[in-house]
Ligand binder design. Structure first.
Ligand code: HDD
Length: 701
């Protein structure tokens, strides 16, 4: 029987003097283990009252009831109970980072926006990448659009460019947004499926909304499963306006072009990455920035006038359409660099509030009905999410330029106007801010006429031509991925009518595509849909393909080196050096996380144990094994999967001759130009050079 009268020391007391230095911490992450009681700041309540005991609730008597009087306990639990705020209704899962935007080509003739006036000028920026459908705790490699939201803190206020990694959208009118989102998110009765579009509700809605066809082709393509946030483009989607100091306006479409190049994973990898590392994208961004490999994008603009807009085949106000770069080249005017991770995820990434209405003098909206609707939705949603109108007082949202207005009070008001005057006009000598008719924001005085009515203009009626253009602009490998995407998604639709309705649209887009998807499903082809306007044949646009714009460097990519005891040390070092020289990263995978003893008796430290480091986490793999090690790995499922998956996912592979037993055990009995035997350490640079192509797609043929 325990002695109920004896008092036990608190956990804090028993921990004192423990060998905390034995726990390694990641470099530079803070939270060092070496803190002593003497170094530590004094713990207080939120009111600043020093706390003497954080382990034990105040009780009446040794085994008595807890006392209401315990203000420290009450405050602590009360605050914990209120830690959550509503997650974003869309784009709930996201990851942010700080950086800067730098103008590289001044364009004062096109816009008076302060950030474009002088080459070399920088403004701070915050970017949040996201998936759309899944909740905050969902996995990173969902097949989904990625949000690409950029807040630029200019000297004329915050400019939020709230874009996606796909240049077109599902719907033409904001009125349909709640329906779109309801259809893709989990069904209201069963609350599944989570973070995916492969279900009846989504395809039911899509098949009844032919305007979504262009976007749907993008979603079924590899664009929806990017390798990382760093390797994807961003788009402002809508047509905006640039307005210069004389009030002259041009239309503009904004593009973010990754300096790292474009890269996606294949679907089978995506599925496996979601299990192996659900945080794959956020970890990638964190690691890249923390190791000083700062991701960078160029800001490009497609600039045009009414004459171009009038002769363009589609309405430039229709967000389901893009302007091919071949028809209107991009002018690069700046660069965005992400060079700092957040200090606190909640304070920055969760509380950042992007609003499409956040615009600065020199940039303006157009009448795109999707954009006009968004301008209401974002402000409204932030008020709900962040609890009131003062979310602009939160540091991540506050402008970094001076700001003065008469808005006051409300929940959590951090700074109210000082002095007597809180209205305008007023006649007090210290009467506060006044509007500036010269430099203040001026709306472009666009002519307007016509009756009030609810109608979709005729110029928005062609829903298929650009979808067809997109499909035909892809390489055969990418086309196969699109077919497989449709095959997978539609196979998850229980209702055959929904599958058939989608197939009927695909027939209008491209008979070959429809036939292949029907074959994948085991369906007969239904009647083709009847388009509101017959599609036209558009020129192939190479810029729409990822593979036609593939990177020519292994920079920023990761080589996974699988090692066992007896691994050739010189070979391992040569590979590591070659990757470093190319600007890439290496991760070592071993049977045990404690590492291996190499051929020369030295230790090779491991980053991953084989079952925690599958090859799907790497861009290319190398097997540096001993004969005995290869045989042992060949008897283990994770060892065999490492090799067979790398092979199946068309990765470049290099191996020492001793790896043969593992290759055979994994069912890889062939060699091809994507596989290199490493005979001597001098072979390593040639292998990394080959890896510049990132995948050996010939293997898929
Ligand atoms: Fe949206 C969030 C991008 C159409 C309503 N949207 C949100 C985010 C991105 C986009 C990147 C996440 C911002 C962040 O990281 O905090 N949305 C787009 C793009 C669209 C688009 C590129 C089409 C071109 N959105 C769209 C429409 C509506 C909304 C038509 C409503 C009428 N979007 C919202 C929202 C969200 C949002 C409900 C949810 C959380 C938030 O705003 O901050 O207001």
């Amino acid at each position: 029987m325990p002695d109920k009268t004896k008092l036990y020391p608190s956990t804090a007391d028993t921990q004192k003097g423990a060998d905390v230095a034995a726990h390694p911490v990641e470099v530079g992450q803070g939270g060092e283990w070496h803190q002593t009681d003497a170094d530590a700041p004094r713990m207080t309540t939120a009111q600043g009252t020093p706390v003497s005991d954080d382990q034990n609730t105040l009780t009446g008597g040794e085994r008595g009831p807890a006392l209401m009087e315990d203000f420290h306990f009450r405050e602590k639990i009360f605050h914990f109970d209120h830690e959550r705020i509503p997650e974003r209704v869309v784009h709930a899962r996201g990851y942010g980072a700080h950086g800067y935007f730098e103008c590289t080509d001044a364009i004062p003739e096109l816009t008076s926006a302060s950030l474009f006036q002088e080459a070399g000028k920088r403004v701070p920026a915050f970017v949040r990448f996201s998936t759309v459908a899944g909740n905050k705790g969902s996995f990173d490699l969902a097949r989904d659009v990625r949000g690409f939201a950029v807040k630029m803190y200019t000297e004329d206020g915050n400019w939020d460019l709230v874009g996606n990694n796909i240049p077109v959208f599902f719907i033409q009118d904001a009125m349909k947004f709640p329906d779109l989102i309801h259809s893709v998110k989990e069904a209201p009765d069963r609350a599944f499926p989570q973070a995916q579009s492969a279900h009846d509700n989504f395809w039911d809605f899509i098949s009844l909304m032919p305007e979504s066809m262009n976007m749907v082709l993008w979603i079924m393509s590899d664009r929806a499963i990017p390798r990382s946030f760093r390797f994807m483009e961003g788009f402002g989607v809508h047509t905006f306006r640039l307005v210069n100091a004389e009030g002259k306006s041009h239309y503009v479409k904004f593009h973010w072009k990754p300096k790292q190049g474009l890269q996606s994973v294949v679907w089978d990898e995506a599925v496996k990455i979601n299990g192996a590392d659900p945080d794959f994208h956020r970890r990638d961004l964190w690691d890249a920035i923390r190791t000083g490999d700062f991701p960078e994008w160029e800001l490009g603009m497609q600039i045009f006038d009414d004459a171009f807009a009038d002769k363009f085949d589609f309405d430039v106000l229709d967000s389901t359409k893009l302007i091919p770069e071949e028809d209107l080249p991009i002018r690069v005017v700046g660069r965005l660099v992400l060079d700092r991770t957040v200090d606190n995820f909640f304070a920055e990434t969760e509380q950042v509030a992007f609003c499409t209405q956040n615009i600065v003098p020199g940039i303006d909206f157009t009448n795109d009905p999707l954009l006009q609707g968004r301008n209401f939705s974002y402000l409204d949603t932030q008020t709900k999410r962040l609890g009131g109108p003062n979310f602009t007082h939160i540091p991540i949202n506050a402008p970094k330029c001076p700001f003065h207005h008469f808005q006051q009070d409300g929940h959590m008001a951090m700074h109210n106007p000082t002095g007597r005057a809180n209205y305008e006009p007023n006649s007090w000598s210290q009467g506060g801010p006044r509007p500036d008719p010269r430099a203040g924001f001026k709306t472009h005085p666009e002519d307007m006429s016509g009756a009030k009515r609810r109608l979709r203009p005729e110029s928005f009626a062609d829903h298929y031509s650009q979808a067809r253009q997109f499909y035909l602009s892809q390489t055969p490998v990418e086309q196969d991925h699109i077919v497989n995407g449709f095959g997978f998604e539609l196979s998850k639709c229980v209702a055959p009518d929904i599958r058939n309705r989608v197939l009927s649209h695909l027939r209008v887009i491209d008979e070959g595509l429809a036939t292949k998807v029907a074959e994948a499903l085991g369906h007969d082809l239904p009647e083709a849909a009847t388009p509101a306007r017959a599609p036209v044949d558009l020129k192939v646009s190479d810029k729409l393909s990822i593979l036609k714009n593939a990177p020519d460097s292994f920079k920023g990519r990761k080589l996974g080196i699988l090692v066992t005891d007896g691994a050739d040390r010189a070979m391992f070092d040569a590979l590591t050096e070659a990757v470093k020289a190319e600007g890439g990263m290496v991760e070592v995978v071993a049977p045990k996380v404690g590492g291996v003893t190499a051929s020369d008796g030295s230790t090779i430290e491991a980053n991953q144990k084989i079952d925690g480091g599958p090859s799907v986490l790497y861009d290319a793999v190398a097997l540096v094994l001993s004969t005995d090690g290869a045989e042992k790995l060949g008897g283990m499922l994770p060892g065999k999967d490492f090799v067979s998956n790398a092979f199946g996912h068309c990765k470049f592979m290099a191996m020492t001759p001793e790896a043969d037993a593992l290759l055979k055990a994994s069912g890889v009995n062939q060699t091809d130009a994507g596989m290199m035997t490493l005979g001597a350490p001098t072979d390593a640079p040639a292998f990394i050079k080959a890896c510049r192509a990132v995948r050996f797609w010939d293997r898929a043929a």
